[in-house]
Design a protein around this ligand. Sequence first.
Ligand code: LLP
Length: 429
Amino acid sequence: MVNVNSQGHLSIGNCDTLELAKDFGTPLYVYDVSMIRQQLRHFHKAFDKTGVKYAISYASKAFAIRAIDQVIAQENGHLDVVSAGELITAVQAGFPMEHVSFHGNNKSLAELQLALDNHVGTIIVDNFYELELLNKLLPQQKQPVNIMLRIAPGISAHTHRYIQTGQVDSKFGFDVQSGQAEQALKQVLQNPKLNLRGYHAHIGSQIMAVAGFTALVQRMVQLAATWQEKFHYQPQVLNFGGGFGIKYTNADHPLAPQEFVYDMIQTLKKEIAQTNLTMPEVWLEPGRSIVGEAGYSLYTIGARKIIPGIRTYLSVDGGMGDNIRPALYQAEYQAVLAARPEATPTETVTIAGRYCESGDILIKDQPLPESTPGDILAVLATGAYGYSMASNYNRVGRPAVVFVKNGHAKLVVKRESITDLTSLDLNYL
Ligand code: LLP
């Protein structure tokens, strides 16, 4: 799972991780840019083989910084944003805005205005309130606004319940069962200022099995066919969201994008053939699977607490502030010592974060070779929902981010300093 250089050190993008830690400090997020490009190319290749028109829209919530948006643009990806912050990041990255989709279950009027002002390609409408807000802004629009309707398809994906989204009892999207999706569709079709491009659905995240995705394809085609008969509307696009699982530990066995895409498109072709629909474009929104495995977190090991017969805690200089996933989702990671990733483990330790909370445990029961304070620990596959969910708990600044490639490291996000952290505070007395 890891690369080792001639000195036996963990190497990322041909950069020695001990050097990276020395040059940029820890905690540090390190991204192997070639891996990110490779993942996107896998998706593109998989689709190119199918002959279907498509777009791979990177869900930037997984990791939304200017540098990644620039890489995605270079790789002909599209982009999903869910807030004014992600949207402006895309603008600052110089991202082609016609390839941006705007998501969210509670977009504000100001955010919708911002999206229109910046010529965002598609607004993915989530609910009736959003339609009302949009209606307020439409009179000033010369051209019809491109939208899609987000549907809650009534499919539960097999994943942690916090990251399931497609089931009926979800805050996202128009419910099908109760007729709300159909009602929204009627409203939209009657509005000449709205150009409906098609339907969107997303069933959840970190999904390993293809069955949920093929079930979604079937469901969406059935719905599209029913609504075509009723309203004579043919969707130009079906957007099946993201959610493709990645390998966090050796226990994870994700499918390659080619396998997901192949099965989904086979199902789509079969289903479409049984309807009067013409083949739509297919959009996917992978986030985690584009950046997850390409990212690593480097930490410096500090205190060791040995509770005889019970547990050894090794504390590192980061934790839940830069990776909330273990605390929030019981997510599992694995780590190696950067200086000797291949050395035989001699002890089992629990990797604790530095934050003031007992739940701040990054990894339980990690086998490791002997280590001493000052050693660098690398946690693997932290590229998705790590930096993007980072917080300033305990008034600790967020780590820096470096992109590495062919032996070169480039700082793409600066470390947050104490000056940055306190810069918004004002005196009360
Ligand atoms: N599209 C939509 C509409 C989404 O809501 C999401 C993720 C994605 C695409 C991308 O899903 P991905 O391919 O990354 O699984 N913070 C959680 C994950 C939350 C996912 C939210 N939506 C975690 O750390 O596991």
